[in-house]
Design a protein around this ligand. Structure first.
Ligand SMILES: Cc1cc2nc3c(=O)[nH]c(=O)nc-3n(C[C@H](O)[C@H](O)[C@H](O)COP(=O)(O)OP(=O)(O)OC[C@H]3O[C@@H](n4cnc5c(N)ncnc54)[C@H](O)[C@@H]3O)c2cc1C
Length: 398
């Protein structure tokens, strides 16, 4: 988007891409469907960013969700709005978004050079003078836009090399941390339940003092912990709790729609109707099969105990596990596995009205490499497109 916007009469724009194809992360976005943006209004939109949302106000005022949707619709790709106002292409294919961007690069006369990894910028009296490629070639230019992404899913090309270039040039880098990332837990349950997905559950993360309560949604067990939309959305806050050396645990409310009293009468009913069955068989009505063994182990009740023999104390234990199945959080997956990178080039040294570096004339920074990150819902791509658009516009008019 930055290159497309920068191109125009009198501008000679070259896009340098280290991989042999463009938009590899874009193709993965939204599970291959690309959640392009969100139709929420500006104030709500800004609140969905970790902490630095306000920095984006100018970029969003200049080019926001409506303009981004129009950009694609005017080029023949219809959009649709799904739950929580998430916007997707009607084709359900991220490749449709990428195709339009590639066509537009061509139409705007941008020269694209593949397998061109940038390793540094050369300066002359504090101004951009050339871009240095890994193969030793220098490409002369008087303005350069860095849009090299974060540090995750490095096989897509975004491996923090652009952030390191900014560092070499004197920019302060806020520590890179994973965002929107699966969490690890201490117990071995996830390993035993890997791949099992629990729908319509609620999560409560706590460090004993502060509580973070999720909406109702889905959780997926991974080899070492938990993932899924609820987990990745809250992962940033949980990582912040862990960073303060606190013991953090999660409680899964497996039956968020039922109160303790309702669950108690439900269990009494089930146990009466299935008096001769083992507890293991009776719980099939309430829990996914794969979860039952682990669940009963956690309750310390004998797996083969008949329903008629379950004591009130044991029933209370089952209810407390149904309302709060506890696991201790040991950490998160690394930056590489985050859907987004938190941290990056410090915003203090970037002009929010132009995206130009405050340290180096002719250098513009945009997209995930700068210190902004947001929730899931299309907010991260909109930030990348808006800051890219503004960087391109400012670079062309400076
Ligand atoms: C699995 C997954 C799903 C996602 N889904 C969504 C979603 O649905 N909605 C949403 O809003 N966000 C989503 N995101 C986040 C979103 O994709 C990113 O925030 C966004 O792609 C960032 O755009 P960018 O242009 O800044 O960086 P990138 O898309 O990472 O692009 C950077 C480009 O720069 C190139 N490059 C890097 N270093 C160099 C170098 N030194 N020299 C030359 N070229 C270089 C890379 O090869 C790459 O082509 C998802 C992320 C992941 C990982």
């Amino acid at each position: 988007m930055a290159a497309i916007r920068a191109a125009g009469p009198g501008q000679d724009v070259t896009l340098l891409e280290k991989k042999d194809s463009l938009g590899n992360k874009l193709l993965l976005s939204g599970k291959g469907r690309c959640n392009l943006t969100n139709t929420e209004d500006l104030e709500y939109f800004l609140k969905r960013f970790s902490k630095n949302g306000d920095f984006l106000r100018d970029a969003f005022k200049n080019f926001f969700n409506r303009q981004l949707i129009d950009f694609f619709e005017q080029r023949g790709l219809r959009m649709k709005i799904e739950r929580q106002l998430r916007v997707f292409p009607q084709t359900d294919r991220a490749a449709s978004i990428l195709d339009i961007l590639k066509k537009e690069l061509l139409n705007s006369g941008v020269q694209v050079i593949y397998k061109a990894k940038v390793i540094n910028l050369l300066l002359d009296a504090g101004k951009v003078k050339a871009v240095r490629l890994e193969n030793g070639v220098n490409i002369a230019c008087d303005r350069a836009i860095l849009a090299t992404g974060g540090a995750s899913y490095s096989f897509t090309g975004s491996d923090a090399s652009g952030i390191n270039i900014a560092r070499k040039l004197g920019h302060k880098i806020i520590d890179l941390r994973p965002g929107l990332v699966p969490l690890d837990v201490k117990q071995d349950y996830p390993r035993r339940l890997e791949g099992l997905s629990l729908r319509n559950i609620r999560l409560k993360f706590s460090d004993g003092k502060t509580q973070i309560i999720s909406e109702i949604g889905e959780l997926v067990f991974t080899a070492s912990g938990i993932s899924g939309p609820l987990v990745v959305t809250l992962s940033g806050k949980v990582i912040d709790m862990l960073a303060q050396d606190r013991n953090v645990f999660v409680e899964i409310d497996l039956k968020p729609a039922l109160s303790i009293e309702q669950l108690d009468s439900r269990l009494l009913r089930e146990f009466k109707a299935n008096a001769k069955k083992s507890i293991k068989n009776a719980l099939k009505e309430l829990l996914p099969l794969r979860l039952i063994r682990v669940f009963i182990e956690a309750s310390a009740i004998d797996l083969l105990k008949k329903c008629s023999q379950i004591t009130q104390k044991e029933r209370e234990k089952i209810i407390s596990l149904l309302k709060g199945f506890r696991m201790d959080i040991s950490g998160s997956r690394p930056v590489e596995e985050g859907m987004v990178t938190r941290g990056g080039v410090s915003l203090k040294e970037i002009n929010p009205r132009t995206m130009e570096s405050r340290l180096i004339k002719g250098l513009y920074l945009c997209g995930e490499m700068i210190d902004v990150d947001a929730d899931t819902g299309g907010f991260n791509l909109q930030a990348a497109f808006s800051t890219g658009y503004l960087a391109g516009e400012s670079a062309a008019s400076s």
